[in-house]
Design a binder for this molecule. Structure first.
Ligand code: NAD
Length: 495
């Protein structure tokens, strides 16, 4: 497969192309650099000494060679679409136009090394006007309001096949499908995160209800909005409701579908890594009420969960890594894929799609295994609370996100158990190094009094007066137990 990025100078073709090449595991080729290398001179000199015509000839020759290569991402020169034959060739390829208003281009572009701007930067407005219609003959991605990762995700979604692998899961049907998110366009009743709608607008049905997501949205005011939407659309008990967003949206929509008309079919399109490996698997949902997280909720199995790794590419840095921590935790608990995850960690951080798809498939299978052994979370499933005891201290006291707090909590809990000799020092080092590679371990010391107060209120504390708490510990990958530990002792590793 070949991907060609087209667009004006300054539209980010090379930057995006490089990221895209590591996401798609393909070689990156910058046509201008390739021509300079072959000629041993700069584009400006070719323009100056041999003329633009000669440059266009070289460019066309190179394009004709490239379409016989495979597995490449190509950043084309801005003027490649001026030639009719080039346009014809590119229309037969995966060519995507990176669209940016001229004012943005003007701000971004530098004159140096750009022969077409030798009259001054203002020429960009004229060139844009001249080429605009030609560019618009191609599928496009609007890049002005998008982060780099959002642009990469939007391009990847355009070219993803949508091929689907149905997993043999026991709690509810799950499929892994790069590009499968696009099928949401065929679902008329959908509740979609506003951010996700913005990034993947092309695929979202116009009838969808978009909501602000995040913890704030996971409450009754948004739930009523969803019920109103369902009433207005006149949904019957056989109509399917779709949820598309992170864990807050899948939790909210899960609850709405379980209660509307005593339960209507539900299809989930989780869009964050955390939602894909955890929140959307196992049928658990929850709403926040009066400042308490997940205090209202139930268990309700979706008819289908569609996991599309492509959709996660647009996640913000930090958030994405938190999802990786969640997956790592699952592998540590089950012992499956643990070593492979560590080997793939670098590629996963680069958001390499093949690595992501493989990892997601394993994580979903493992989470499903844990869930199916303990659907109503009465025992075994509680092991997923690994790292949460101390994580619940870091989250409010240092103000970091939940995922980061759990990573730090897990590291400190392992440190504590290694100190007691309950787990091997080598395992602790191993886990600590992996967490450090994924999110970094720059945790602060916590204030004693407040940390102790929070620990005493933890629902895992043996009783309200107790000086003990019961927490899960992984003794070896795949082997865990629940141990009672003294609050004072545990506290010592975080204060
Ligand atoms: N039901 C369960 O079993 C379960 C398990 C774990 C967590 N949860 C719940 O999940 C929630 C946390 O989930 P989360 O981390 O996904 O949070 P979230 O839903 O708040 O999403 C995090 C952020 O990512 C953005 N986002 C979503 N998809 C995106 C995408 N594809 N690209 C770019 N940005 C995107 C959202 O707009 C939001 O700002 C918590 O409420 C937690 O209680 C539930």
């Amino acid at each position: 497969m070949r991907v060609f990025l087209i667009g004006m100078m300054g539209s980010g073709k090379s930057t995006i192309g490089r990221i895209l090449s590591s996401v798609l595991d393909k070689e990156f080729i910058d046509m201008d650099l390739e021509i300079e290398r072959a000629r041993g001179t700069s584009i400006s000199e070719i323009f100056e000494k041999e003329g633009e015509e000669e440059f266009r000839r070289l460019e066309k020759n190179l394009l004709k060679k490239l379409i016989h290569r495979d597995e490449i991402v190509v950043s084309t020169g801005g003027g490649i679409i001026l030639d009719k034959e080039n346009r014809q060739i590119l229309k037969g390829e995966n060519a995507v136009y990176l669209r940016l208003p001229p004012a943005d281009l003007y701000r971004r572009v530098t004159v140096n090394g750009r022969p077409l701007l030798k009259e001054g930067k203002e020429s960009i407005f004229r060139i844009w006007e001249e080429r605009r219609e030609l560019y618009e003959q191609f599928p496009s991605v609007e890049t002005s309001s998008q982060s780099r990762w959002e642009t990469v995700a939007a391009i990847s979604m355009k070219i993803a096949s949508g091929e689907s692998k149905v997993l043999n899961s026991s709690s509810h049907p799950v499929s892994i499908s790069p590009g499968g998110f696009k099928s949401i366009g065929r679902m008329p009743n959908a509740v979609v995160s506003r951010r996700v709608e913005r990034i993947f607008s092309e695929w979202i049905p116009s009838s969808a209800l978009s909501i602000d997501d995040g913890e704030e949205a996971k409450g009754f005011h948004t739930l009523f909005q969803v019920y109103e939407y369902l009433m207005d659309r006149g949904l019957s008990r056989s109509d399917v409701l779709v949820g598309a967003g992170g864990g807050t949206v899948t939790d909210l929509v899960g609850f709405a579908s379980s209660t509307f008309k005593r339960g209507i079919p539900l299809v989930q399109y989780p869009t964050t890594l955390l939602a894909q490996v955890d929140a959307s698997i196992g049928g658990k949902n929850g709403l926040n009420f009066k400042g308490c997280k997940n205090v209202v909720g139930n268990f309700y199995m979706p008819s289908e969960t569609i996991i599309d790794p492509v959709v996660t590419l647009s996640m913000d840095e930090g958030r994405f890594e938190e999802g990786l921590v969640e997956a790592f935790k699952i592998f540590l608990i089950t012992g499956q894929y643990y070593e492979k995850f560590k080997k793939l960690c670098g590629k996963l951080k680069e958001r390499n799609l093949a690595a992501l798809s493989e990892m997601l498939e394993e994580a979903v299978k493992q989470k499903d295994r844990i869930v199916s052994m303990d659907i109503r979370e009465t025992g075994l499933r509680k092991v997923l609370n690994l790292g949460h005891t101390l994580g619940h201290l870091y989250e409010p006291l240092s103000g970091v996100s939940h995922g980061m707090a759990v990573a730090w909590g897990l590291e400190r809990e392992m440190h504590y158990f290694a100190g007691l000799g309950v787990i091997d020092e080598l395992l602790y080092r191993d886990v600590s190094d992996t967490l450090s590679e994924i999110v970094g371990l720059d945790f602060p010391q916590l204030p004693v009094e407040e940390a102790l107060r929070l620990l005493r209120n933890d629902k895992k504390a043996v009783d309200s007066e107790s000086a003990e708490i019961e927490i899960p510990v992984v003794k070896r990958p795949g082997e865990f137990e629940f141990l009672k530990v003294r609050l004072d002792d545990l506290l010592a590793v975080v204060v």
